[in-house]
Design a protein around this ligand. Structure first.
Ligand SMILES: Nc1nc2c(ncn2[C@@H]2O[C@H](COP(=O)(O)OP(=O)(O)OP(=O)(O)O)[C@@H](O)[C@H]2O)c(=O)[nH]1
Ligand SMILES: [Mg+2]
Length: 216
């Protein structure tokens, strides 16, 4: 069995993509700022815990945690040296108070980035453990699947779910909605994770999964 890589303090911020005009200087073929490591996209609605999860994975406070939802308006890239991956922190969607002009949606910056990214190994779609998938979650998952990008679901803030029974019923509920919308997919058979950045619950198993993804 593969050993779990120990968490690294060896991680660094790489780049902020705020405008499509920066894409040619960011991506050259399979390389991102000269780095050939596979990319992991962190996707999810505003405030779901993307930046917090990145910090938990990296074992370092690199990504800015929102004091106000909707704060991350660009794509921030982090070099996770130990795992030989690059993590892309996506702007959160579904936050109504952000003006239309400020909103970075799938037809804007994110779509343009995904169009040109040749080395994306997986998108982690984060869902709040307390809620079912929203319309915007389904839109995001549909968009990623339409581009044949492997998706794994990560339920966040599990410290707010008090019992195992709640988890089981939440998972059943969510998988049912996904089946209804997208049919059978190995995306939600093999990759459904439960994490808390507050208690560190589930972080190690997610790291182990990410270490094995994209190595083949
Ligand atoms: N209880 C609990 N709160 C969490 C957890 N992870 C994040 N939070 C809180 O949720 C809020 C949003 O966290 P972020 O990590 O900034 O969320 P985000 O998805 O990056 O948000 P945007 O950048 O606005 O899209 C913050 O107040 C965090 O402290 C968790 O595991 N448990
Ligand atoms: Mg964020």
């Amino acid at each position: 069995m593969a050993s779990i890589p120990s968490r690294s303090l060896d991680a660094e911020f790489l780049f902020t993509l705020a405008d499509t005009a920066q894409l040619p200087s960011l991506l050259k073929g399979k390389y991102l700022k000269g780095h050939g490591e596979p990319r992991i996209a962190m996707v999810g609605r505003s405030n779901v815990g993307k930046s917090s999860l990145i910090n938990s994975l990296l074992g370092k406070r690199l990504a800015r945690i929102s004091t106000q939802p909707g704060k991350t308006r660009a794509i921030h890239f982090y070099h996770w040296k130990k795992l030989k991956r690059i993590i892309a922190d996506f702007p959160g969607y579904g936050f109504a108070k952000v003006s239309k002009a400020e909103r970075q949606d799938w037809s804007g910056l994110i779509g343009a980035y995904l169009e040109q990214e040749e080395n994306l190994s997986i998108a982690l779609v984060l869902l709040d453990s307390r809620h079912g998938p929203t319309e915007s979650d389904l839109e995001a998952i549909g968009f990623l699947m339409g581009k044949n990008i492997p998706v794994a679901l990560v339920f966040t803030k599990t410290d707010t779910l008090k019992t195992q029974a709640l988890r089981i019923s939440r998972k059943r509920e969510v998988v049912k909605v996904l089946h209804e919308n997208f049919g059978d997919s190995e995306n939600w058979e093999k990759g459904v994770f439960w994490v808390s950045s507050k208690t560190e619950d589930g972080i190690k198993s997610l790291i182990q999964f990410l270490a094995s993804e994209g190595d083949s």
